[in-house]
Ligand binder design. Structure first.
Ligand SMILES: Cc1cc2nc3c(=O)[nH]c(=O)nc-3n(C[C@H](O)[C@H](O)[C@H](O)COP(=O)(O)O)c2cc1C
Length: 319
């Protein structure tokens, strides 16, 4: 029922991509998504070194014989690491890469020459068009609903996806706010060939975060997220907590990115995710967390999405 251009491109059962999440999208989580019929992504940004990335790719292959990919963020890191990560995916004969954030043009040739299918994730239709011109195979559009960096246009997927499918030839994937079958069907109804989910997957058994973090996530209300980094011309949607409040206070005083960095990423993020210190640092989180009521397996999450989506489609047919 849900075969699309994306399932065809990726060779998967369902058009559901497990979005790369820094520190969380390890081989284990990626393989769980792929084994459940979706498409898992390993976040290269999580890997300490290129050898660590190589190890994650090899581990993922041991955990699943299904397709999976590697997400390579083109910002927030030492540019040499990006070059090294590109080399590793080519050497390891990874079949799918998702680049994210900045313009992927300078990497496309290298990846395509190695026979890699390239997806790119961005937050505006304008950027999607330029990535299409550069030769990518599919684009993930991040809506205002999403966790993490969502761009400055503040446009929801209900606007962006129709605009994108009208102006692009490649498949469009909707990222943001998808936690159940209703949002999944609505993304397909808008013209998307699939969805990418992040926040919902954090409340899964296979997500490496601590139980304390997952409990906190389940308690999150839809109104508990907040944007930071706006004063620096970026938009980063995170869970509201003490660290996020501190960042907002510093931004009001005109703080630079360097001054905000201690609260973003690194040790403090590890403390939030793995040590139960949920106020210590900022963590990306979408408002869909407010709809998450339990921690279950990745397979259960995907099965529920598909089963609810089937019911919706059947109901629509019969009315
Ligand atoms: C904790 C967390 C970390 C994330 N880290 C990254 C990242 O490193 N690179 C990236 O491209 N997207 C990252 N994302 C975005 C997700 O891949 C995905 O696109 C997004 O979560 C989709 O929106 P949703 O959370 O509403 O489902 C992150 C999301 C979360 C929740």
């Amino acid at each position: 029922m849900f075969q699309t251009r994306l399932t065809e491109l990726l060779g998967v059962e369902y058009p559901i991509i497990g979005g790369a999440m820094a520190y969380l999208s390890t081989a284990k989580l990626a393989a769980a998504v792929s084994n459940a019929g979706g498409f898992g992504l390993i976040a290269a940004v999580t890997c300490e070194s290129k050898d660590d990335l190589r190890e994650q790719i090899r581990t993922c292959r041991q955990l699943t014989d299904k397709p999976f990919g590697v997400n390579i963020a083109l910002i927030t890191r030492d540019p040499n690491r990006i070059v090294e990560d590109m080399e590793v995916v080519v050497e390891e004969k990874v079949k799918f890469v998702e680049t994210a954030a900045l313009n992927p043009t300078s990497y496309i040739e290298q990846l395509k020459e190695a026979g890699i299918t390239v997806l790119h994730k961005c937050a505006t239709v304008r950027h999607a068009k330029s990535a299409e011109r550069a030769g990518i195979d599919a684009v993930t559009l991040v809506g205002y609903e999403a966790a993490g960096h969502t761009g400055l246009d503040d446009l929801p997927l209900s606007i962006m996806v129709p605009q994108a499918v009208d102006s692009l030839k490649i498949p469009v994937i909707a990222a943001g706010g998808v936690g159940d079958g209703r949002a999944f069907v609505s993304a397909l109804a808008l013209g998307a060939s699939g969805v990418q989910i992040g926040t919902r997957l954090m409340a899964s058994h296979e997500c490496p975060a601590s139980d304390a973090f997952k409990d906190w996530l389940v308690q999150t209300q839809t109104t508990d997220t907040v944007y930071i980094e706006r004063s620096l011309n970026r938009a980063y949607r995170v869970r509201r907590n003490e660290a996020a409040e501190k960042v907002l206070e510093l931004e009001k005083k005109g703080a630079s990115m360097l001054e905000l960095l201690p609260y973003i990423g690194g040790e403090r993020l590890r403390a939030v995710l793995f040590e139960g210190d949920v106020e210590a640092g900022v963590v990306a989180c979408g408002p869909v967390a407010g709809l998450v009521e339990d921690v279950v397996s990745v397979k259960e999450i995907i099965d529920r999405i598909i089963s609810q989506a089937r019911d919706i489609v059947e109901r629509l047919h019969s009315t």
